[in-house]
Design a binder for this molecule. Structure first.
Ligand SMILES: [Zn+2]
Length: 374
């Protein structure tokens, strides 16, 4: 999906002044600094994408930072905070695929009574997600190869699928909708002591509401991730997915390796249709659209689950991932970050594992010398 210029019209008449500033900055940086253009477009497309009420905090932050004669540097810095704390959080490049986890042999007999958020690890989550998802990829419905070997019943269904539709079995992963890095990539104000400008940018997001978080994780309260999530009205997610709760079934999808990579690359996302558990599959380019059990392109899927023992994937978590995919594609952030991967290779992969904001910042800042490609 090529980068899309910001629509000329503000998404809300009340935000015209801040949106006009973004339009001005977009025109100003159209041909010079790619990182600034991406940052500005990211903010503008976010204002269009997220709901009116949710955008209030973002709008107020832009207004607070738009000092007369500032040249928009602080607003651009705000866009870069969203690039790092929102887009880079959800984007898990296929250069570093997550390890595949296979269900253990007792997956058919394990009790689901242990399904309490925060009480099981990723491996246990995978076993229960496979049962909930009936041992199939949530997107293309292909059967999980390991499950067919351990369960004669699943093996028989997979044989029937192959005989009638020619669909083969696949290796699947338990994919976090909101990534595990949510809990390990937290950065505190203390880390921003050497960067006064960014500290002010994040403060502008945090002071826009007088909401005191109910949880006690101080790092969360003062982090850029927290500031960004609160601007969306979704700060409660940090509490819901804190620690081991990141593996709760509402945050897990069973996906085959191909669709796992597309989901992580922000090339594939699910949009709720309004019908319970029904989602429209969206892809960045049509050639990535999944083929289903009848080899036909898949337009919608019904996710499985019940509210008691095996809860379905969360509408809210999937909406957050979908918002990230859309604004990252439209703003050009996906291609921009792909170019970081191509230019810095192993250094980027190392930075992901150490989750050092300083290292990631240095890499992003070094991209500011790259030519503009809009
Ligand atoms: Zn699949």
């Amino acid at each position: 999906m090529p980068p899309t210029p910001l629509p000329r019209q503000s998404p809300d008449p009340r935000w015209t002044s801040s949106y006009d500033l973004l339009l001005k900055l977009e025109a100003q940086h159209l041909d010079d600094d790619r990182s600034k253009l991406v940052a500005v477009r990211l903010l503008g497309h976010l204002m269009h994408e997220i709901g009116t009420n949710d955008s209030d905090a973002l709008h107020r932050a832009i207004i607070a930072l738009a000092a007369p004669g500032s040249g928009g540097d602080e607003v651009i810095a705000l866009g870069k905070v969203y690039l790092r704390s929102f887009v880079s959080l959800f984007r898990r490049s296929s250069r570093t695929p997550a390890p595949s986890e296979h269900p253990s042999r007792d997956h058919e007999t394990s009790s689901t009574n242990e399904l309490k958020p925060g009480t099981f690890d990723h491996h246990t989550a995978k076993r229960h997600a496979l049962i909930r998802d009936e041992h199939q990829c949530c997107v293309c419905s292909a059967y999980d190869k390991a499950s067919t070997k351990m369960s004669p019943e699943v093996g028989k269904k997979a044989e029937e699928r192959f005989a009638t539709a020619g669909q083969t079995t696949v290796t699947t992963d338990a994919v976090h909708i909101v990534p595990e890095r949510l809990n390990c990539g937290i950065t505190t104000f203390a880390e921003f002591q050497g960067d006064e400008e960014e500290g002010e940018v994040i403060s502008s997001l945090l002071v826009t509401e007088n909401v005191v978080p109910s949880f006690e994780t101080k790092a969360h309260q003062s982090s850029s991730v927290y500031a960004v999530f609160r601007a969306f009205g979704t700060a409660a997610i940090l509490e819901e997915l804190n620690g081991q709760a990141i593996h709760r079934l509402e945050n897990i999808l069973t996906l085959c390796i191909q669709h796992h990579q597309d989901f992580n690359d922000l090339d594939l996302w699910l949009e709720h249709t309004g019908v319970p558990n029904e989602y429209r599959i969206q892809v960045s380019v049509e050639r990535l659209r999944p083929k289903g059990s009848a080899s036909q392109p898949v337009q919608t899927v019904m996710l499985r689950g019940d509210d008691d023992s095996l809860p379905p994937p969360s509408v809210g978590y999937l909406a957050l991932h979908a918002t990230c995919c859309k604004v990252a594609q439209k703003s050009g952030a996906v291609q921009y970050l792909n170019d970081i991967d191509d230019n810095f290779g192993d250094a980027v992969m190392d930075a992901r594992y150490v989750s050092s904001s300083a290292v990631c910042d240095a890499l992003i800042q070094s991209l500011e010398v790259m030519p503009c490609r809009n």
